[in-house]
Ligand binder design. Structure first.
Ligand code: 0A1
Ligand code: ZN
Length: 877
């Protein structure tokens, strides 16, 4: 077990002492004794006399230098290191033989087996579990992979690049395949898959006329569920050509869906490996949300071919170079495929739900971290989602053409290289002349900036004065913050809803509809404003900040009805609802009932019923901030029970006032004909389901009966699951029979059962924790599969505010025990579950004390993995 290692620092980066030009890998597959022979063409790149390669749980069988076997005295091999003393000062080859046990690999890093299929996961540091290597992203080599396996159990043999040879191995029951990838790549992009798999095939002709053979591999019998992913892949390939001028570059592009995977998917060159939940979908088993995720993740991994594979990271501190940029690219793709405003709203919801709490807690780190103890723990919402926001701001600041010019230069200049954020920004500086020195702080400074706005209109002078101020709170290791360049997209909305014109602005640079806030505080005066405007600030969420504005409720209701920016219409509703929820929580704690302004409820009903707006948007407007959102906004002395009580009371009040209207709206959304997962139909289903959920919030018997009927009558998973979720999330007794029915219908489909596990785990009732424990003990619960674990334990800890944060501390104790045990088998997944403690300090004192005790118990476990040790240490610090 890899335990505590010294922290790695960006400041200590040194180029590698050796480079590897080519790798010839021979994998002789065997369930528990796979032989790996790696022939590396090495060349000195520094002064070092000794060659040091890293390993992880490896056994070396033999080592040869320039084909001469070395004696045991000439090298030192341990599980995590191979040292060859006094290697030649010229190019040489090193051939290393290792033996590994894929069946015993429960960490799912390196070479492992999922339902019998051999597969690999090498990012970030998995390749060193296959052979000793310079396992770092700035060592780029050309790989040739020779795979040998039994023909019967592994008819399919895949690796990166193009297939160059294959055939039977005479006199045996084995066969082989040779794959060659002409593009130099770091080891983390290596992949190999071997097994008995089904496949669907298609072709794609690139803009320049190149033919690409596409394949999606899956478990036999699931081929029909791969069709949507294949269509999404072709859309993504076309989109990258038009939006970024990027063509695909190999003759083959393969995707393999496996059921045991620690993350979502992996962008290995020419051979993406996916968690099957991001590939497999049909009407019966997938929801509209699933289809959207599949489209997004397929595109994300494909887009990595240029942003990640062709141009990679110099070191792991630069992870956001590929991840933030690729998330930005997949967000843009989905916006173009679906509704841009609705996609933006849902991305911002995700950012606020996942990244904001990270940035406000003990695990806060910059988009580009400067130190890590375990790189696996930096695949975070900050690196991914905030990283994407930073790229989006860059585009806002530079404009569409400036951004594209910088991207074109980046692709042209750095193709085939391993680079840094500085290299990336230099391309935009050079093409546009914009000084990005201050902008670079977005990569270096952790914490969510607070943006405060105050405005005043002077009718006599016809001026509107807007004062904007920014502060960024201290975060671990960063007590003092510098001001950032915050692009604030805005409009001054006049009485008729149109933006008012103004003659000029002073006090800040204003380009088009963007105010560039660069100082701690700036007062911007707009001259020649004909009437009192209502300011609409941070349109489209133009920067990842918390905006506070002392706007009167009437102004916010006005923006909700009239702003031309759909994002800010939604934001106005959220701000008003959040105020009501926070006030309601205070009331609940004081033993008073929570309430909501009837005028707000009527405004919501008006938006929900407005046929001039797209249904998906109307659905978003009706979706109240979650209990976790409210907890995050309250930020200290949090009582989850009070929040839940307030939220339930407010939802019941809404149902009481506009329940029948909501039901009518839902009825009007009914679609005829065959199910289609397209965005417009999905939007109609979303609005209907959210309206019905809200209508049933007060417990009205008819409304609840409608939900039960809808569950049974549903002809697609979206509607069926939505109805079931309404019953479960409100802990209605009707849920029990419905959950049983759901289980019986889908008992043989693991991905659907994950939905059931997640609902069971999120019922806000005292019996849920014992139920979760019982489900874990149940033999049907595959304890080794990360999807099952996340569906049950992850949903409980991350999605059940009142029960995970039970006042008696039993929820915390459960997670502590579970993580301590899982850590011995799958440290990555264990450490990720533990992140659910990240907001423990914001709890009221009694719960806080119980959370701390549970965390300390984990810290005491001996032999914790470096993954879990790192999270527990930082969480307690
Ligand atoms: N690069 C992948 C994410 C990823 C990272 C680590 C993994 O190891 C288990 C797997 C996948 C992406 O951004 O999709
Ligand atoms: Zn990625």
């Amino acid at each position: 077990m890899k335990t505590e290692t010294a922290p790695v620092r960006l400041a200590d980066y040194r180029p590698p002492e050796f480079l590897i030009d080519t790798v010839h890998l021979t994998l002789n597959l065997h369930p528990d004794a796979t032989r790996v022979s790696a022939r590396l063409a090495l060349r000195p790149n520094g002064e070092a006399a000794d060659l040091v390669l890293v390993g992880d749980e490896l056994t070396a069988l033999s080592v040869s230098l320039d084909d001469l076997p070395l004696t045991a005295k000439q090298y030192e091999a341990g599980p995590d290191r191979l040292v060859v003393r006094n290697v030649p000062r010229r190019p040489f080859t090193l051939t290393i033989e290792t033996e590994i046990n894929p069946t015993a690999n429960s960490k799912l890093m390196g070479l492992y087996r999922s339902s019998g299929t051999y597969c690999t996961q090498c990012e970030a540091e998995g390749f060193r579990r296959i052979t000793y290597f310079l396992d770092r992203p700035d060592v780029l080599a050309v790989y040739t992979t020779h795979i040998e396996a039994p023909k019967a159990s592994a008819p399919v043999l895949l690796s990166n690049g193009n297939l160059t040879a294959s055939g039977d191995i005479k006199g045996t029951d084995r066969h082989f395949a040779v794959w060659h990838d002409p593009f130099p790549k770091p080891s983390y992009l290596f992949a190999m898959v071997a097994g008995d798999l089904g496949v669907i095939r298609d072709t794609f002709v690139t803009a320049s006329g190149r033919n690409v053979a596409l394949g999606i591999y899956c478990e036999h019998g699931k081929e029909a569920r791969c069709g949507y992913a294949m269509e999404a892949l072709k859309r993504a390939m076309r989109w990258d050509e038009t939006a970024f001028g990027r063509e695909y570059d190999l003759d083959v592009f393969n995707i393999v869906a496996v059921s045991d995977f620690n993350m979502g998917a992996m962008e290995n060159k020419g051979l993406n490996v996916f968690n099957d939940k991001y590939v497999l979908a049909d009407t019966e088993t997938a929801t509209d949300v699933d289809f959207g995720f599949i489209e997004g993740v397929i595109a994300h991994e494909y887009f990595h071919n240029w942003t990640g594979d062709r141009i990679t990271c110099r070191d792991w501190f630069q992870l956001c170079l590929k991840e933030g940029l690729t998330v930005f690219r997949d967000q843009e793709f989905s916006s173009d495929m679906r509704s841009r405003p609705v996609k933006r709203i849902s991305d911002v919801r995700t950012l606020q739900a996942r990244q904001f709490p990270e940035d406000a807690g003990p695990l806060a780190h910059p988009v580009r971290p400067e130190v890590y103890a375990e790189i696996n723990n930096f695949y975070t919402p900050t690196v991914y989602e905030k990283g994407a926001e930073v790229v989006r701001m860059l585009k806002t600041i530079l404009g569409d053409a400036g951004f594209r010019a910088g991207m074109d230069l980046y692709f042209a200049r750095h193709d085939g290289q391993a680079v840094t954020i500085e290299d990336f920004l230099a391309c935009f500086h050079e093409t546009t002349g914009t000084d990005l020195t201050q902008f670079m702080r977005w990569y270096r400074q952790a914490g969510t900036p607070q943006l405060a706005a105050e405005g005043a209109y002077d009718a006599a002078a016809k001026t509107y004065t807007l004062r904007l101020s920014q502060t960024t709170p201290p975060t671990p290791g960063q007590p003092v913050k510098e001001p950032l360049h915050i692009p604030v997209r805005f409009g001054l909305v006049g009485q008729n809803g149109a933006d008012l014109q103004y003659e000029r602005a002073s006090g800040a640079s204003v380009t088009g509809d963007v105010i560039h806030l660069t100082q701690p505080s700036q007062t911007i005066v707009f001259h020649g404003v004909s009437s009192r405007p209502v300011p609409s600030l941070l349109r489209g969420f133009s920067a990842p900040v918390r905006l506070t504005i002392d706007a009167p409720e009437a102004d916010l209701r006005f923006l909700l009805r009239a702003d031309t920016d759909p994002f800010n219409r939604w934001q106005a509703a959220q701000t008003l609802l959040m105020r009501a929820l926070i006030d309601g929580t205070a009331s609940a704690r004081a033993g008073r009932a929570a309430s909501i302004e009837p005028a707000l409820v009527d405004a919501l009903a008006e938006v929900a019923g407005n046929d001039g707006l797209e249904p998906a948007f109307r659905a978003q407007a009706l979706l109240l901030p979650s209990e976790a959102d409210v907890a995050r906004e309250i930020g200290r002395d949090v009582d989850p029970d009070a929040i839940a009580a307030a939220r339930n009371a407010i939802r019941a009040a809404i149902a009481g006032r506009i329940g029948p209207r909501l039901t009518e709206i839902a009825d009007a959304m009914a679609t005829r004909g065959r199910f289609s997962p397209d965005a417009a139909s999905a939007g109609r289903r979303a609005l209907a389901n959210i309206a019905l959920d809200l209508a049933a919030a007060g417990g009205d018997a008819d409304a609840v009966a409608r939900i039960v009927a809808r569950y049974h009558a549903a002809d697609n998973m979206t509607d069926r699951l939505a109805a079931l979720s309404t019953l479960a999330a409100a802990a209605r007794v009707e849920r029990i029979a419905a959950l049983e029915d759901f289980h019986a219908r889908y008992r043989d489909d693991a991905l659907v059962l994950d939905k059931w596990l997640a609902l069971e785990a999120t019922v806000p009732a005292a019996e849920t924790l014992p139920r979760v424990r019982a489900l874990i003990a149940d033999t049907a619960f595959a304890a080794a599969n990360p999807n099952r674990i996340r569906a049950l334990v992850g949903s409980f800890a991350g999605g059940n505010q009142t029960q995970f944060n039970r006042a008696d501390g039993a929820g915390f104790d459960f997670l502590a025990d579970y993580v301590s045990d899982l850590d011995r088998r799958n440290p990555q997944t264990a450490a990720r579950l533990l992140v659910n403690f990240r907001s423990w300090r914001a709890l009221e004192p009694k719960r806080r004390e119980k959370a701390e005790r549970a965390l300390r118990r984990i810290a005491q476990v001996s032999d914790l993995s470096s993954d879990t040790r790192d999270i527990v240490t930082r969480t307690l610090a």
